[in-house]
Design a protein around this ligand. Sequence first.
Ligand SMILES: [Fe+2]
Length: 223
Amino acid sequence: MQAEQTNLERRDPMAELNERDAKLVQWLNEAYAKEAELEVDLTAHIGLTEKPAYKKRLQQHLKETKAHKRQVSSRIKKLGGSPTGGPDLPGAPDAVGELAGKAVAAVKGQVGAARALVTQQAETHLRNAQEELREEHIEIAIYSRIEIFATDVGDRETAQLARSIKRDEERMAKFLSAELGRLTKTVVKAVVPADQRPRARRSKSSRGSSGSGTGKRRTAAKW
Ligand SMILES: [Fe+2]
């Protein structure tokens, strides 16, 4: 009987997990796949970004993302599971899920690169920041439910891990939210002539020398 159980365990470790741990492993695997995907996304965005402060923050979050992936992987193993790809890849062997995540991210990276060729740099930054912000909120949602579930079933270690990672994601989301504002202002300056903006109108209304509306476009975004 013992030997049979050992064989069964070797065939399918998830079959040996109770309902609580099986659910936690499943959700942690979703987090794991997302971190793997974002590792590639962030690398692509760092390559496209020229603004030093933004680039630096992306690099910092890439380090965090790699650490999160390691921590989640280690927690999955401690619970008796193995890091795989999440809910879309049931029963996928190890690393397949991660590879799938990387493939999706690679396509996104290409789209980002193509975008850089056809649009202004400022708008490229803005759209990439929006993409990053969206992904951070997905991560926050994943770690929130892991934290609440783990707390409810008394798994303090998993709850603590989820809470700590969620804090990093929230900090990044806050930064990106502010960056989105800054980048939008840069796009305004890059694409809208001064006389089409409120300040120009104010100077017109004060009967200043605003001229006839042949405002010059600023061609380069000022970082
Ligand atoms: Fe993140």
